[in-house]
Design a protein around this ligand. Structure first.
Ligand code: ZN
Ligand code: ZN
Length: 376
């Protein structure tokens, strides 16, 4: 017989939802949790979010565990029986696995209930766009759930299967998408000097980005990635009037990201002014840095030691961003990483698939973390 948590993951994998549109995934989760005995379930939290609450008999700390509901707008390449049934949408970040783990913790709490405190299992929407955690925090109903501790894990390809990476301090980087729109005036390609082409500013930005490609993640580290460029029309007779450039900026701390973004804005504004162009700058997909509380990181490390789970050889922070960082504003957070295998495809690759073998040990790890929090 298939493990019910593995069956749940495969079911979620077959039916992926995009960020902000996770209604049917949320319903599947609620259906599964209700086979157990949560004390309350709150739906539509910050969008399609679900919080399942398990109360202990005695007062004690509230401990939150978080998983993400959303999949990605990428066509999966898979021959598995549980491959995505939706064209162009797939769980390629392993959020299906994270949900199965949290659902497993829910069943564990139903079978052997808490004595003290309270557990909140948060199935958060819209992680991939960086909007979901903030939307959950902004939902007035979150106030009654406010945790003393919050934990989340992310699976990590390139790290040995089941090995854990955790550290106090920075766990995942801050990032922001900057969209620059430039507008000048068209001209005949034979007389470009009579128009206002955005080409010199585009060129300047294309030169600016490669200065920030450092591989070594340290305090001063800045990474700029050119994600999209569009200029003019595909016509040889026209000197263009418009251009659009998308650049993602990444740093270790929120303050460093603010300074980096300011530098880019200043460059665009100065250059646009110099070339007589109108410039519009907007920010998107903003992720706070995820900074681990030292006591929360220590709880994770102690739980791993207790379960003899090996610590992975992986330097933190990870370069990618996690919107779990937003919860660091209201509570002590611990974000850690669970190896998905040294040779597993990378996250967001079309052939990535969460390893089922991680589900059972991760449920145990969360349960052990919970026991520690009740005494911390
Ligand atoms: Zn992702
Ligand atoms: Zn993810």
């Amino acid at each position: 017989m298939t493990d019910p948590l593995v069956a749940l993951r495969h079911d979620l994998h077959r039916h992926p939802d995009l960020s902000g549109d996770e209604g049917q995934t949320a319903r599947r989760i609620v259906g599964f949790l209700k086979q157990g005995a949560p004390d309350h379930i709150i739906g539509n939290l910050g969008g399609h979010g679900v919080a399942a609450i398990y109360d202990g008999v005695q007062d004690g700390p509230t401990v939150m565990f978080r998983a993400e509901l959303d999949a990605l707008p990428i066509q999966e390449r898979s021959s598995a029986a549980h491959q995505s049934g939706r064209a162009g949408v797939a769980h390629l970040c392993g959020h299906d696995g994270h949900m199965a783990i949290l659902a497993g913790l829910g069943h564990s709490l139903s079978e052997s209930p808490l004595r003290t405190g309270r557990v909140v299992l948060l199935f958060q929407p819209a992680e991939e766009t960086g909007e979901g955690a903030r939307a959950v925090l902004a939902d007035p109903r979150f106030a009654s759930l406010r945790p003393d501790w919050a934990f989340a894990l992310h699976n990590m390809p390139g790290v040995a299967l089941g090995h854990v990476a955790v550290a106090a301090g920075p766990a995942a980087c801050a990032s922001v998408g900057v969209r620059v729109r430039l507008r000048g005036r068209e001209a005949h390609a034979a007389q470009p000097e009579t128009g206002l082409s955005p080409a010199p500013v585009v060129q300047r930005l294309l030169e600016w980005v490669p200065q920030f490609q450092g591989q070594q993640v340290g305090a001063q580290w800045r990474l700029a990635t050119l994600c999209h460029v569009h200029m003019g029309q595909p016509a040889f007779g026209i000197s263009p009037a418009q251009a659009e450039i998308w650049i993602t900026l990444r740093t270790i701390t929120d303050a460093a990201l603010g300074a980096f973004e300011q530098d880019l804005r200043q460059l665009v504004e100065t250059q646009a002014l110099h070339h007589g162009l109108d410039a519009q700058i907007s920010r998107h997909d903003h992720f706070n840095a995820s900074i681990n509380n030292p006591a929360a990181a220590a709880i994770v490390a102690r739980a791993c030691a207790k379960l003899n789970m090996p610590m992975g050889d992986f330097a933190l922070p990870m370069r990618a961003s996690e919107d779990f960082g937003a919860f660091g504003d209201v509570t002590r957070t611990g974000l850690f990483f669970l190896g998905a295998g040294l040779h597993a495809p990378s996250l967001h690759n079309p052939d990535y698939d969460f390893p089922d073998a991680l589900i059972a040990p991760a449920v145990q790890l969360f349960r052990t973390i919970l026991q520690d929090c009740q005494h911390a």
